[in-house]
Design a protein around this ligand. Structure first.
Ligand code: FES
Length: 136
């Protein structure tokens, strides 16, 4: 596996929380979150709420995960962990974008062709506080 794509040790990913990471590809930078499903597998979604895309789900110390759902702290939208689908809240029906990740040698790797590298933590480049808001 390409070490540039290594995010974290797999054992750090739990079912009751998320771990945020930053992905880079070309001139693009974005953030994702990792969480563990009940079957033990690990999934990755975008870290941005589809309701207001400048709102992070995980601000650096885990998103709120409750009853198998990721909760947006802004207006309380809930997203099913196993599908990323919003089943309650202002963006009901929206689906979180996914990243392809692979577990190998005890670590989680970003194996999504759209991105070249990944590292744990929030992006220092993405200051969302002054960004324009896309609302619906
Ligand atoms: S910003 Fe997430 S529910 Fe409104």
């Amino acid at each position: 596996m390409d070490e540039e794509r290594r995010i974290v040790a797999a054992e750090e990913i739990t079912a009751d929380g998320t771990v945020v990471f930053t992905a880079k590809g070309g001139f693009e930078t974005t953030e994702g979150i990792l969480t563990r499903l009940d079957d033990g597998s690990i999934v990755a979604y975008t870290n941005y709420c589809p309701h207001w895309r400048d709102v992070r789900l995980d601000k650096g110390s885990s998103a709120l995960v409750r009853n198998g759902e990721i909760v947006c702290g802004k207006h309380g939208a809930t997203f099913a962990k196993n599908s990323g689908t919003c089943d309650f809240g202002p963006c009901e029906g929206a689906v979180l974008d996914t990243f392809e990740v692979t577990v190998a040698d005890g670590a989680v790797y970003l194996t999504d062709d759209e991105w070249d590298s990944a590292e744990p933590g929030l992006s220092e480049e993405l200051d969302l506080s002054s960004g324009s808001r896309i609302d619906f």
